[in-house]
Ligand binder design. Structure first.
Ligand SMILES: Nc1nc2c(ncn2[C@@H]2O[C@H](COP(=O)(O)OP(=O)(O)OP(=O)(O)O)[C@@H](O)[C@H]2O)c(=O)[nH]1
Ligand SMILES: [Mg+2]
Ligand SMILES: [Zn+2]
Ligand SMILES: [Zn+2]
Length: 367
């Protein structure tokens, strides 16, 4: 992985085809880090170009990185545990791992770290995973928690050990590496962007003053998140990048809520109740009559559903009934969650076909 690989995204450099990954117009003097045209454009103009990594190649790279490593770091998105964690259960291969719960800055209030760590531990146990060596709460945006990660890595590995950092697309893997390197005063770092699929191949980074090698990997596109159904621009709308919107709603019998024009829940109980909805601040939350939910989701008016005109017709719907107890969340992978504060009740749920959802204990704001 030395030589002609892009330092930003890990893909092999080529000078022939501007339409393919890894293109540079001409390999000249190699001062500083060599980056491909796509990385250059992402970093300087915020555009991603037209090619996207192939899922099969990505899986192969991830499996290779796991086999090369002594320790794994699994990065989960605090705001999307359902869309970022369960998908890894088939990849762990009995290697020790550290869980990172990233994007903690998305919360509008300061959460207690110890509670989030306990929540993560219980979540993994419930999913049947072996216990992690450590759980660390971070912000890849601000760099918080990265110093704790660095110390934890020194404790959990021998000198010379390799560590692979794994996570679904956009979860913040490259951002965390960037902050680890910054902590050590390194001027280089991988490319970070709001578009899923930025990192396309493996790249090695020397950390803890040369003690260990950290392998950045391309994000796994899990295919059961709402965001993955759409184009990169629409996907980046759905992935929360600033504070989560967190809204409390009173629901009378017969009323329901719609999130982002992409999921509707119709309350089936017979006394007034309370729901707290958590989602990206870019998305619309709307309260309506249960009887109107289906028609509104189908119609997808622009005030309710902000997807582009190409992505909007892609949605096919599925309907289920979900039972929630007081202080339970209904989480939709890649979209957000609804949390019940009231007597246990059924909800008529409509969401895109094939999307993962789960009922879990309330992640935050439990009364
Ligand atoms: N708010 C917030 N945003 C973050 C955090 N970490 C990363 N991001 C943002 O999330 C987006 C994706 O970050 P990357 O570091 O490129 O994510 P990645 O996991 O390497 O993504 P791929 O290479 O596409 O797999 C960028 O817009 C980052 O600025 C975080 O802790 N909080
Ligand atoms: Mg990356
Ligand atoms: Zn690149
Ligand atoms: Zn779109």
């Amino acid at each position: 992985m030395s030589g002609d690989y892009c330092r930003g995204c890990g893909v092999a450099i080529q000078t022939e085809n501007p339409g393919k990954p890894g293109y540079v117009p001409e390999i000249q003097d190699r001062k500083g880090q060599l980056v491909c045209q796509r990385c250059y454009r992402i970093t300087h103009y915020g555009t991603v170009g037209t090619f996207h990594p192939e899922p099969q190649k990505i899986k192969q790279s991830i499996i290779k990185a796991i086999s090369l490593s002594d320790l794994l770091i699994i990065v989960a998105d605090f705001a999307d545990l359902a869309g970022s964690l369960p998908v890894w259960s088939g990849f762990l291969a009995a290697k020790p791992y550290i869980l990172i719960i990233n994007k903690i800055d998305l919360l509008t209030f300061k959460a207690k770290q110890a509670e989030i760590i306990d929540y993560g531990r219980a979540y993994l146990k419930n999913a049947g995973w072996a216990a992690p060596s450590d759980i660390i709460v971070t912000s890849g945006l601000k760099g918080s928690g990265v110093d704790i990660l660095s110390r934890s890595l020194s404790k959990s590995t021998k000198p010379g050990a390799k560590i692979a950092i794994l996570g679904v697309t956009n979860v913040g893997k490259s951002s965390i590496i960037k902050h680890l390197l910054k902590l050590e005063g390194s001027p280089n770092s991988p490319t970070v962007s709001k578009f899923p699929g930025t990192t396309m191949g493996l790249s090695n980074w020397s950390i803890i003053k040369g003690r260990n090698t950290l392998i950045d990997t391309p994000g796994l596109p899990p295919e059961d998140r709402v965001a993955d159904m759409f184009c990169p621009e629409c996907a980046s709308l759905l992935v929360a990048s600033s504070k989560l919107q967190q809204k409390l709603w009173g629901l009378k019998p017969g009323k329901g809520l719609i999130m982002g024009g992409l999921c509707g829940i119709g309350y089936q109980g017979d006394e007034e109740t309370v729901i707290i909805a958590f989602t990206s601040s870019e998305l619309m939350l709307h309260r309506t009559d249960n009887a109107k939910i289906s028609a509104l989701l189908d119609e997808a008016p622009a005030w309710l559903n902000k997807l582009c005109s190409k992505c909007r017709p892609k949605v096919e719907w599925q309907e289920t009934t979900v039972h929630l107890e007081n202080n339970q969340d209904f989480a939709i992978a890649g979209l957000g969650w609804f949390s019940l504060r009231g007597a246990g009740a059924d909800f008529q749920v409509r969401l895109p076909k094939g999307i993962r959802s789960e009922v879990r204990p309330a992640l935050i704001g439990k009364k």
